[in-house]
Design a protein around this ligand. Structure first.
Ligand code: NAD
Ligand code: WQD
Length: 347
């Protein structure tokens, strides 16, 4: 298949590009590089033994909000499927800059969907988030749990889901799979690709990695008074390569099964296993042999005690399940971190 991957130079996008190439698909990445670098795609090309700019992998640098800069090229490429990762992803930043989040995540998604339909794509996968569920959804969280976002980022993802339902309503030949990710972590097993946050990381794993390398002195654990087995919060961490493989599986399944029955599917992408913040810290210490000093501080605003996915929907329909362990997540994250302490900036 020919696949258009928006945001393909980012963390989740670049790893998914490698699994698509390894599965034999050709990829055109559409990315403005606003929060990523071309180096990630050069590394993706390298680990897959293809050339960036060649027939199997190319980059179209453009803003998803400016279809006049990419629509013609996408129509010429005539992708069979589109994987739409491009977007802004910080809940905290979204409270400071809501308009940017609605513009890129909602209006940008509308433009990508319109161009995908115009180009004759049959399937569009969308990067949604567990953050669309309400704070008090029953755990494990099923796809039909009530949605109740608590910040502009979450609202923008839920609105984008609705945009895609409506586009499908008007162009039924374009089937849509909304993928709601839980907590992706880890890196490509080669150590050549990984998460490269700009500035101080806000998420747990990249921050813990900086503490383990000595770049940050200590981890602040945001709350140890949750009703969980050790008081720290529980999350459903999933290896980024499992998440990447979920995209290939979903894309192939949708292509085959929605040919005669166009559809909109909503699937959680998680492992279905809960891991506490303290358990994650201990796993990092065990794998790296480094101490991770930490201090318990107050809860972070908006944080919930437990988030964990029900994963039977995609398991039952597509047959995909996450298979990598917490140890693999930490081992691969650490290999990337040790070899690239400053991310892609050295390459
Ligand atoms: P990322 O920031 O690493 O990647 C996003 C990519 O989109 C970057 O390459 C960036 O340059 C590109 N981009 C941003 N705005 C753009 C625009 N206007 N036009 C074109 N390209 C643009 O983020 P990620 O972690 O890879 O996340 C990918 C998607 O998954 C996002 O939509 C995010 O909201 C969603 N998501 C991420 C997580 C997570 O924990 N990483 C969880 C749930 C959902
Ligand atoms: C995990 C746990 C923190 C950092 C976020 C977004 C969500 C989605 C995934 C995009 C929490 C604790 C963290 C630290 C800590 N992204 N923590 N010290 O909050 O589950 O989800 O990323 O869609 O929208 O909100 O992930 O990695 O930030 O936090 O104690 O320095 O680690 O309080 O309990 P979260 P996270």
């Amino acid at each position: 298949m020919r696949v258009l991957v928006t945001g393909g130079a980012g963390y989740l996008g670049s790893h998914t590009v490698t699994t698509l190439l390894d599965a034999g698909h050709d990829v055109l990445v559409l990315d403005s590089l606003v929060s990523s670098s071309r180096a990630a795609l050069e590394r993706a090309a390298e680990v897959c033994g293809v050339e960036l700019g060649g027939p199997r992998l190319d980059l179209l640098q453009a803003d998803v909000c400016r279809p006049e800069h990419y629509a013609d090229a996408v129509v010429r490429y005539a992708p069979d499927g589109v994987v739409h990762f491009a977007g802004l992803k910080s809940p905290t930043e979204s409270m400071r800059e809501p308009a940017a989040y609605y513009s890129v995540n909602v209006a940008g998604t509308a433009q990508v969907a319109r161009v995908a339909a115009e180009a004759g794509a049959r399937v569009l996968l969308f990067s949604s988030s567990a953050t669309v569920y309400g704070d008090d959804a029953a755990v494990p969280v099923a796809e039909d749990a009530p949605t109740a976002p608590v910040n502009p980022y979450g609202h923008s993802k839920l609105m984008a889901e609705q945009v895609l339902r409506d586009v499908h309503g008007s162009v039924p030949a374009l089937s849509v799979a909304v993928l709601r990710y839980f907590n992706p972590v880890g890196a490509h097993p080669s150590g050549r690709l990984g998460e490269d946050p700009q500035g101080t990381p806000a998420n747990l794993m990249p921050f813990v990695a900086r503490v383990a390398t000595g770049q940050c002195p200590e981890l602040q654990v945001f709350g140890a008074d949750f009703a969980t087995r050790d008081g720290s919060a529980i999350r459903d961490f999933i290896h980024v390569m499992d998440l990447a493989e979920a995209h290939v599986a979903a894309l192939e399944w949708m292509t085959e099964h929605t040919r005669d029955a166009p559809a909109v599917k909503v699937w959680n992408i998680g492992r279905g296993e809960g891991v506490t913040v303290f358990e994650m810290v201990r796993a990092v210490e065990a794998v790296t042999g480094r101490a991770v000093p930490y201090r318990v501080v107050g809860r972070r605003a908006g944080d919930i005690g437990e988030s964990r996915a029900a994963v039977d929907a995609i398991g039952g329909e597509v047959g995909w399940r996450a298979r990598r362990s917490v140890e693999a997540m930490v081992r691969d994250m650490w290999a990337w971190q040790e070899a690239n302490p400053h991310g892609y900036r050295e390459s």
